[in-house]
Design a protein around this ligand. Structure first.
Ligand SMILES: *Cc1c(COP(=O)(O)O)cnc(C)c1O
Length: 224
């Protein structure tokens, strides 16, 4: 199947309320252009240097989502154009995004990354840390950023019930945050969970933004 066909096959399975981020990391711009020419505009990258290389080569109406771990010293490179940062995992990082956004005269939309998976290595706030941060830090004074929802990755396990319970956990935390801090903020509405192998479960469990790479572009060539 071509990229256009695989993209269409994924889109055919998505309910109308679910946005698709085509995760293009490790794929060359020619392949991104195939998705672009089929109408795809949301693209997700997880390495700053790779995004910096590709962004000038792609049409300017691509909406770039940053989905990987973001080091504070690299925020400045993507601040001028990034549309949504999915991976805010500390208040310190949010402050730096705010600072760089203000330098560019922008307001950058951000998601709080939750750690709900069992793996030790994944980044993100634990549910408790996330709520504590929102209670204790003056995030609402940061006029260069807008918190729009939460993102998570499920445990990398075959047990679908385990994956389901991770997403359910994230959805519960989303609801708690929404109720406690964003009840009057319609823009706080994004639930970013689900990848190629688990996005159907994710949608069952409340996702309205899926990040799909392999199912669209095929296997990644890490030797690139
Ligand atoms: C790579 C990546 C994805 C997409 O993974 P696939 O399995 O290729 O669909 C989604 N989210 C994040 C954070 C990623 O790094």
């Amino acid at each position: 199947m071509t990229i256009a066909e695989r993209l269409q096959a994924v889109k055919d399975t998505l309910p109308d309320n679910v946005e698709l981020v085509a995760v293009s990391k490790y794929h060359p711009v020619e392949e991104l252009m195939e998705a672009y020419d089929s109408g795809q505009r949301l693209m997700g990258e997880n390495i700053v240097q790779e995004l910096r290389t590709k962004q000038p080569l792609m049409p300017q109406d691509v909406k770039w989502h940053f989905i990987g771990h973001l080091q504070t010293n690299k925020v400045k490179y993507i601040a001028p154009y990034v549309t949504l940062i999915h991976s805010v995992d500390s208040y310190h990082l949010l402050e730096e995004i705010n600072r760089q956004a203000q330098r560019c005269g922008r307001v950058i939309d951000c998601l709080l990354q939750l750690h709900v998976a069992q793996e030790e290595t994944k980044y993100g706030f634990s549910p408790r840390e996330c709520l504590d941060m929102l209670r204790s830090q003056p995030w609402s004074t940061l006029s260069g950023v807008r918190l729009c929802g939460v993102m998570c990755m499920a445990s990398n396990v075959d047990d679908t019930e385990h994956v389901r319970s991770d997403f359910r956990n994230a959805n519960d935390v989303f609801n708690e945050i929404k109720e406690d801090f964003f009840n009057n903020s319609p823009h706080f509405c994004i639930r970013s969970w689900g990848m190629s192998h688990d996005y159907r479960i994710a949608i069952d469990e409340g996702s309205n933004m899926v990040r799909v790479g392999t199912a669209i572009f095929g296997e990644r060539n890490y030797g690139l």
